[in-house]
Ligand binder design. Sequence first.
Ligand code: ARG
Ligand code: ZN
Length: 893
Amino acid sequence: QAIYLKDYTPPPFLIDTVDLDVAIFDENTRVRSRMGLRRNPAAADPQASLCLDGEDLVLESVALDGRILAAGEYVLCGGRLLLRVELPEAFMLETVSLIEPDKNTQLSGFYRSKDGYFTQCEAEGFRRITWFLDRPDVMAKYTVTLHADKAKFPVLLSNGNPVASGSEGVGRHWAKWVDPFRKPSYLFAMVAAKLDVLREDYQTRSGRTVHCAVFVEPGKLDQCAHAMAALKKSMKWDEVVFGLEMDLDHYMIVAVGDFNMGAMENKGLNIFNTKCVLASPDTATDSDFQHIDRVVAHEYFHNWTGDRVTCRDWFQLSLKEGLTVFRDQQFGMDMHSAGVTRIQDVRTLRAAQFPEDAGPMAHPIRPASYAEINNFYSATVYEKGAEVIRMIHTLIGKSAFRAGMDLYFKRHDGHAVTCEDFVSAMADASGVDLTQFKRWYNQAGTPRLVARGEYDAAARRFTLSFTQQYPATAYERRLEAEGRKFSRGAYHLPVVLGLIGPDGAELPLRLAGEDKAVGTQRVLELREDEQTFVFEDVAVQPVPSLLRGFSAPVILDYPYAEAELTHLMAHDTDAFSRWEAGQRLATQILLRGIEAFQTGKGEALGWIPASYVEAIRTLLASAADPESDPALIAEALTLPSEVVLAEAVSGVVDPDAIHGAREALIGHLAAQLKGELLMTYQALKLSAPYSPDAAQVGARALRNTCLDYLAGSATVEALALLKAQLDEADNMTDSVAALAALANLDVPERQAALDAFLERWKHEALVVDKWLNVQALSSAADTGSRVRSLLDHPAFDIRNPNKVYALVRAFCRGNPRHFHAADGSGYALAADVILLLDSANPQVASRIARSFDAWRRFDAARQSLARTQLLRIQAKTDLSRDVGEVIGRALEA
Ligand code: ARG
Ligand code: ZN
């Protein structure tokens, strides 16, 4: 039951207006919809019949132009309502249906949460509210009237402007909203709830006043200020950087504790997971604060890239998501440290997207087919999609990119368009031919870029050659098996580079054929399978700094010597590249360590070069320099994660050896650098009151990184440090850092600290999530069985996505050693949860199912244990399309 991009046809009808009347009662909700429809002049078949989408709706009546249709004049079948009457060119259609939001455990459509009723319509949730052509290329103007009990649900919201409200009946009230903009149904939202609200105004640069509001659970007003500030910063930034202004009088953010994803950009009425809104120093960490900035910005930026210009169909999802992630990344780089932000974004890409591209769910940023679209809200569509947009930005330059955005809005404002339309606007505005570039939209897999440098001292010439490798992935293997045509070829990509001399200075860059050097950093454009660049007048043997800022989402293969990497770590002008050199060096060492552990020689530590310890010592010492950036030092001290190391291993992945080597390196560094770590830890103690500003965040990050190293030793001293930090911390960042470090240790103090933490925070759902999370990620030997018993703990709730993500997803995807336990207990736990959730909430179940993606990379014994669980899941009757697609692909690849 796959859907194919090639089968797209325009909708046979268009819907110009929708008037919804929604009456909420305890037992159900009655939805009356009046739609103005007309035949689509662009339809393939001018006589096509009308077939509306609907899911879990109880139809009470259908009326055409005011006449109630008789039973034989329509049919209901397989989630569709098919009209069997002659239809005029334009007509009004009225339907009345009943829905049961209190029973909607999928959290798609209209559903009940603690404080009231909320919606989530992307991608296909609107059909769970009423009959509709539920596809993004049908854009209508909405009017919505909500009715509900006044005391229980005092706040009634929908998109656009409030135009009227009043009381009615016994204790009930109503409110009417009109959205002046046409929009696709996935951007529809409504809320009926008891909520507190923070209101502030924003003046746009053209002088319009936008009434901003953040709605939250009663009692949580003291946790909204940060989200409100983030919203205003985003509005300002989009005006300055892209010339884009808010177009509505009202901009509302509503936080809800039960939400499948992070947040949703509904026009003028964003609905957010509480995790992406609520923050106070007591309850949220520095990374929570920063995450909130980014998600608020992301949803706000969608107002233009998503809402004003939307997607023709769901294959084009990256049109809005890749572009909007790119925009929120740029915002993050401008608001916080650019280098640190880029490092963190690349780390996310490598931890989530590279493995996806290497596994059974591999797909290009624009897939050619899918069974369940919710499975494609993926790291590839989002994060790799953003890298693809970033490459256009790098290739054509900042000002041409801005011109391309202007042209894109000029051409497509108010329309539902394709990725081609976006690339064409960029090509036309810049004059750069991006035809070949479009391969990024159609080919899956992380390309490998093999680079080699050769220095000819006599000729003073440095020759750099590049070879692109892009082996077929599971995606192409499936296309092939289906007998579908596809072509593959070299990518058009930018390599940003510099050459560093032995003294650490950058060399001027003159390519053969040029008459003078042009700067010390260049963008090389690759388009061929093999390409060579010759630099002239190179006086000394340089160390090439390649892919600065991570200019393309590729795996770079360059045979750096360890000394060259240390040189780049110390001298590269690009913060990302300095960090990258350190990661490369650590990875090279750890790969040797992993092999050593597999042959029983790991503990001897012969694989750790003394020079590496010295490089880290230098790094730590640099923290004393007031010019240094502690945030960057913290990033540099953080070794590649076990998940990222597994990607770097060729052949069978041994999770125990990976864990062993990584822990051994941490332990060795901690032992060798104990004095320096302690000194840095103590020097960075802050006395100022908490603020999530860049300077404090950086200091805490480095301090807690030092603590983490020190804690690894589990000595009496280390325990004392952890306990002291737990006692003294006046903010969640420091508390949870100490708790997480303690959770790794098999000591009696661990349980006492966990108990005390829960007792203190049991009324703050998001903090309880952190309590679950540190236990899920613990490296302690008993983690598997503890996670299993936490499933039955009163603090856990399988119906709440945040709880499932904090405990189960974290365990399955962030704790590889325990998830891949040799006895198969991790796999059994995942399968149990997937089976429990499959019917209740298939989207969340499917996200957990993705934990099995890499199963074929492990040894035969583990593979057989994983296969048993995969088959067990597949055998469930009525397995959801969501989980079915993920498990099916895992088994077939
Ligand atoms: N468009 C939302 C965002 O990126 C995500 C919504 C995803 N919803 C889903 N059911 N897959 O901000
Ligand atoms: Zn988005």
